[in-house]
Design a protein around this ligand. Structure first.
Ligand SMILES: CC(C)(COP(=O)(O)OP(=O)(O)OC[C@H]1O[C@@H](n2cnc3c(N)ncnc32)[C@H](O)[C@@H]1OP(=O)(O)O)[C@@H](O)C(=O)NCCC(=O)NCCS
Length: 213
């Protein structure tokens, strides 16, 4: 008999938590309590997607979206907390579909950037996220209980308040501006370079947002 098609479903209720939890627990670097699952899923059910094959859950993604202060403004920051695809269904684009569905939903709610952590050795996850436009923002030493390091990955979807495009201290990065000009002056070599970098990044952001629609 032919296998049923895999369909994506947005989270509907507690019954589905019983499907998601064993799938995710099996693979993640550290155990999550039921309270952690509920923290995310109860507050942001619209950002939790399941990949269903008949009655079986073969993949899931769990996220949140919060508003945080950034400089003098507020930004909406998405966070991908959990992602797993059942071993026998991997490398078929399912992980990418789950993440894309949740990011699309975040964008619809005004999300400006998305972040997550992944183990530095997790080739599959790093490839998946980098294919979707995420960049390695930071290396976090001994981030997991098993002592492994993580990369914090970020996807920029819109410029941040004040025109800034990065959380980096701008002084640390000579490519972003010259030390004497807090805002690009457009006349010196460094500021012109920074403008070039910024407009390339803005074009990238537009393309990435378009990719989800
Ligand atoms: C990471 C995970 C979700 C990927 O799911 P998936 O359905 O296999 O992902 P996709 O099929 O969409 O693959 C996305 C890309 O990653 C690549 N990829 C997937 N697994 C890979 C692996 N083990 N090694 C190298 N590349 C891999 C795919 O080839 C594809 O890249 P391509 O299109 O350039 O060829 C899955 O491996 C998994 O559940 N792992 C265990 C849990 C986990 O690590 N979660 C992430 C926590 S941050």
């Amino acid at each position: 008999m032919a296998k049923p098609e895999i369909r994506l479903e947005v989270y509907k209720g507690e019954r589905q938590l019983k499907l998601i939890q064993p799938l995710i627990d099996k693979d993640l670097s550290e155990p999550y309590s039921i309270f952690t699952y509920r923290y995310f899923i109860k507050q942001w059910p619209q950002l939790c997607y399941l990949a269903m094959e008949g009655d079986e859950c073969v993949g899931a993604v769990v996220c949140k979206l919060v508003s945080v202060m950034y400089n003098s403004g507020k930004i909406y920051r998405g966070y991908i907390a959990m992602l797993a695809v059942r071993e026998d269904r991997r490398k078929n684009g399912l992980g990418t579909k789950l993440v894309s569905a949740s990011i699309k939903s975040m964008i619809a709610q005004g999300c400006q950037e998305v972040s997550l952590e992944a183990e530095v050795t997790n080739k599959g996850a790093l490839r998946l996220y980098e294919n979707l436009g995420f960049i390695r923002d930071q290396r976090l030493e001994k981030y997991y209980l098993n002592g492994h390091d993580a990369f914090r990955l970020k996807l920029r979807l819109a410029p941040l308040p004040g025109g800034a495009l990065f959380h980096l201290q701008l002084d640390e990065d000579p490519w972003l501006r010259c030390s004497s000009h807090p805002i690009s002056c457009l006349t010196c070599r460094f500021c012109r370079m920074a403008q070039g970098v910024m407009s390339a990044i803005l074009t990238g952001i537009r393309k990435r947002v378009a990719m989800y629609f």
